[in-house]
Design a binder for this molecule. Sequence first.
Ligand code: MG
Ligand code: MG
Length: 248
Amino acid sequence: MITIKTPEQIELLRKAGKIVGDTHNYLKQFIKPGITTKELNRLAEEFILNSDATPSFKGLYGFPAGCCISVNEEVVHGIPGNRRLKEGDIVSIDIGACYHGFHGDSAWTYPVGNISHPKARLLRDTEQALMEGLSVIKNGAHVGDIGYAVEKYATEHRLGVVKELVGHGVGSSVHEEPDVPNYGKKGTGPELKTGMVIAVEPMLNLGTADVYMLDDDWTVITADDKPSAHFEHTVLVLDDGYEILTKR
Ligand code: MG
Ligand code: MG
């Protein structure tokens, strides 16, 4: 069921989204060569708990950490561990926070020190693909309009669009209906209505769109080992546009 949020629920979603955005802001200073992904996860969890919230992903479907941290060819759902970030890596950090029963969800891919031109282009273009997807959101638009916009931009910029994983509704569960794919046809799929809250999250690859799962049963990586980026915002649908709830 796709839910329309009440004004009270929207206030809680706004607060949860702000905590997620603030956690990203806080983490940014620590993203440097030498830090482990486990340490980044610890800093994020601590920040979320100190904000009167809990990490949404901890224990979700059995996920063992508070954040998903995915490096280079890892697309999503990387498990934080002893891997140390190196100069030239890119790192995707997916953060969810639950505040008084409502969630915010936002992923961002960061450069570690100086990165190559192709990686810099991947980050810039994936962030812009997210903005293209968001730009069509308003009351009366369709979920397929978002996917169409993301896919069009990604294809024009010769990036592979991951199709196995999709955006989603957000509310009292971090993953609600509807699915929000990063591909689609204009005018198809569920209609967006004022008061819906959704996460839009393009995952784009520098090479092939194909991905597979590692033996840990979590980490999704690109089939050709080329880098992947992930940019996500949770947004509220408005009469004539949208409000980003997870801005930083
Ligand atoms: Mg996310
Ligand atoms: Mg999400």
